[in-house]
Design a protein around this ligand. Sequence first.
Ligand code: FMN
Length: 427
Amino acid sequence: MASLSLTQIRTKSSFPELAVTRRVRTGLTLPGRVGMRVVASESSKAAAEPDLSVTVNGLHMPNPFVIGSGPPGTNFTVMKRAFDEGWGAVIAKTVSLDAAKVINVTPRYARLRAGANGSAKGQIIGWENIELISDRPLETMLKEFEQLKKEYPDRILIASIMEEYDKAAWEELIDRVEQTGIDAIEVNFSCPHGMPERRMGAAVGQDCALLEEVCGWVNAKATVPVWAKMTPNITDITQPARVSLRSGCEGVSAINTIMSVMGIDLKTLRPEPCVEGYSTPGGYSSKAVHPIALGKVMSIAKMMKSEFNDKDHSLSGIGGVETGSDAAEFILLGADTVQVCTGVMMHGYGLVKKLCDELKDFMKMHNFSSIEDFRGASLEYFTTHTDLVRRQQEAIRQRKAVKKGLESDKDWTGDGFVKETESMVSN
Ligand SMILES: Cc1cc2nc3c(=O)[nH]c(=O)nc-3n(C[C@H](O)[C@H](O)[C@H](O)COP(=O)(O)O)c2cc1C
C-alpha cells in the first residue's frame, strides 16, 4: 500500500458545488492522494511482538508517533534527530511564503505547574505559547526538507503550511513545498494567535465558508495527501472537519492549542507571558489539554465514521501526549496517528522509545497484534445522556427484579432454575 502505480482520478460527487478537477497522479514512487486505505501492516497478525506500523493515506510509518508541528520540527538538525530516534513521521514547523512578516517576541512561553499553590517545583501540566509560525526564510526551510528527504527517503516528512487569503499565494506555497519531495501536507487552519490578524490560521478554521474556499484551492493544487489541522476554539469542531474532508482533504488533525490566558502576576497585576508589560492570549497545550483533545477527537471520529469512508480518510490525534497510554486513548477513539509537540519539548526526542514500549505493553495486555486491532474500539461506548438515563433505569429495574425474586414457579423463565427458585425463597 505504500506506493501507487495507477493513475487515480477522483470526482467530488458528495459535494458537487466544491468539485475540483481531481489531480491526476502518474508518479510511480509517490503515494497516491486518494482512495488509499488507512490500514495497519498486514504482517502484524503473525508477529508475536505487537506491530506498531501503520499505513495512513498510503504513507507507511514504523509507528503511529508523529512529531507535531512546532519547535520540535523547526530545523534540519532537530528533524534529523527525530528520524534517528525513531519517530514514525515528522511534521515540520509551519511555513509561509514571506517569513519576514513573522516577528516573534520573548518571553513567548508560560507554564502551569501542579503542586501546592502552583509551586515552582511542581510538575508542568499546562504550557501556553504566543509563538508564531516559522520565522526562518522559506528558502532555507525548503532546502532542509529536500536534504532530509535525500538522507531519509523512506521516512515520512510532512510540511505544515499557512498563507494569507490569496489563492495564488497558496498555490505557490504548495508548489514550492511539493518540489522538495515532502510526502504530505498539513494545513494549519488553527494557530490561535498572531496569524488570525492577517486572516490566517484559526481565522480560516473558525469560518467554514472561508475554510471551504481555501480547502478548494489547496486540494485543487496539491498532489500529495493533505491533512487539515483543526482549532479547538470553536463551538462544534465537527463542522470544519466535515468541510475539510468534503473539500478533498485526506485527513484531519486535532487539536491545535486552546486559546488561553496563563495567569496574572499578582504583584505587578500584569498578565503572563509578559512582554514589555503587556501580553496577548496564547495557545494552551500539554497534559492539561489531553481530556479536551480526546473529546474533540471523539466527536470528529464519530462524524467521520457515520459520514465518510473510514478507509479513505485519516485522523491524527494531538494534545498532551506523554505516555503510551495517552496515545492508546486517541487510537481507541479512532485516531490513525498520534502527534506530540510539547511532550518532546519537555522530555526530548528519546521519548518515542518510551511511547512505543508503553503502547506495546498495552497491546500485549489485550492481545492486540496491530494498531488496527483496537483503533476506534471505544467509540461505540459513547452515547447521549438521555440514553445513559435509560440504560441506568433499566439496569436498576433488573437488579431490583433479581433481588425481589419471582413470585411463584409460574414465573420461571427457563434460564437458571436454581437462581429463580432461590429468589422465590427470599421473597
Ligand atoms: C511552542 C509551540 C509552537 C507551536 N507551533 C505550531 C506551528 O507552528 N504550527 C502548528 O500547526 N502547530 C503548532 N503548535 C501546536 C502543536 O503542534 C499542537 O497542536 C499543540 O501544542 C497540542 O499538542 P501538544 O500538547 O502535544 O503540544 C505549537 C505548539 C507549541 C507548544
